[in-house]
Unconditional design. Structure first.
Length: 353
């Protein structure tokens, strides 16, 4: 029997290389810098040194490219790192970071900007980490779609500022080691199961604070936490000099003033009895906890659902201004107060059995 010959053929395999994202650096006007990514997973760090120098470093497979930027601004340039030293008398003006779609990460550390710091990570599961930064204008972080993480530590902004994380299960942590907003701060989390936490030392908002985790549809169970300060004599973890509004919308939500193992105060919201603290928790079964905090003129409404107050405010160092109200709203079965329960002076409790 004759043998059959067989010819072996090599088949080309699918290319499995992960595309290397590119971030393009451009400069314009009096010291303004733009960092623009692509649809890949961009990963960069921006480190400041004084008012006129920043270093942009690409991590992983990300590469850097120079766009339209004055040559005199660039001290050195490679695909992995670009150093910008602005010639005198220029200082860093606006820092604009737009990483577009993809699971991006950006770290901004020690940057001092005379203009605004604007960060737009784009669609994707993105991460923004800031530490030791200051802007003489506004801080704006605007996410779109994805499960995003943002952390601020020792960050200062002069003008009204915005953190908007939009659709997704998002997480925001603000650490208070020198974090100061000289004007208003608005935090908009959108639809999804969102998490906002203030971590010691003190985050100071000189104007008004808005935390809005609600959305027109698709709300999840949202959480707002304010840690206790570490030491009994330390300033509170969160201090707001103006009015505070917390709006969680529909979902089984938790608002908690007092968390962790600290011995100090959690929050001082408002500096006078005319300052208001408004908490609107929406439908479904919500929970609220308050300990070692000053809430000034409080209006807390838990809306429809079987809601629960988790601790005895009267024995937990809670103070409110006269005329304050805690309203359990309409019930499915019954709203619940803890046993024992005592209201702090100035607080009227309604909507609970």
């Amino acid at each position: 029997m004759g043998k059959m010959s067989r010819t072996l053929q090599m088949e080309r395999l699918e290319d499995r290389c992960v595309p290397a994202g590119t971030v393009t650096i451009s400069g314009w006007g009096p010291g303004n810098i733009n960092l623009v990514g692509d649809a890949q997973a961009n990963d960069i760090d921006v480190n400041g040194s004084g008012a006129s120098s920043i270093t942009i470093t690409a991590n992983g497979t990300t590469t850097l490219a120079l766009g339209s930027i004055p040559a005199s601004w660039v001290s050195s340039s490679s695909p992995s790192q670009v150093i910008i030293n602005l010639p005198s008398p220029l200082v860093l003006g606006q820092l604009f970071i737009d990483l577009k779609a993809g699971d991006d990460r950006v770290g901004v550390f020690g940057v001092s900007a005379a203009g605004s710091i604007l960060i737009l990570p784009g669609d994707g599961n993105d991460k923004v980490i800031m530490g030791g930064d200051a802007t003489q204008k506004a801080l704006v972080i605007r996410e779109t779609l994805g499960d995003d993480f943002v952390q601020l530590d020792n960050v200062r902004a002069h003008d009204p500022s915005l953190i908007s994380l939009n659709l997704g299960n998002d997480k925001l942590q603000i650490a208070g080691a020198g974090t100061v907003f000289d004007s208003d701060l608005s935090i908009l989390m959108g639809a999804g199961s969102d998490f906002v936490r203030f971590i010691p030392g003190t985050s100071l908002i000189q104007g008004n604070l808005l935390i809005d985790t609600s959305a027109a549809s698709g709300d999840g169970g949202d959480t707002v936490l304010v840690d206790w300060a570490v030491a009994a004599t330390a300033p509170p973890t969160l201090q707001v000099n103006g009015n505070t509004t917390i709006r969680t919308g529909a979902g089984a939500d938790l608002v908690r003033f007092g968390f962790g193992s600290g011995l100090g105060r959690s929050a001082v919201l408002g500096q006078t009895a005319n300052n208001t603290t408004t908490i609107l928790m929406g439908d479904q079964n919500d929970r609220i906890f308050a300990s070692r905090c000053q809430l000034q003129l409080l209006s807390a409404k838990l809306e429809n659902g079987d809601d629960k107050v988790l601790n005895n405010w009267g024995a937990a160092g809670v103070s409110v201004a006269s005329g304050s109200v805690l309203d359990g709203g309409a019930q499915v079965t019954a709203d619940t107060l803890p046993s024992p329960w005592s209201a702090p002076p100035g607080l009227t409790v309604v909507g609970f059995p």
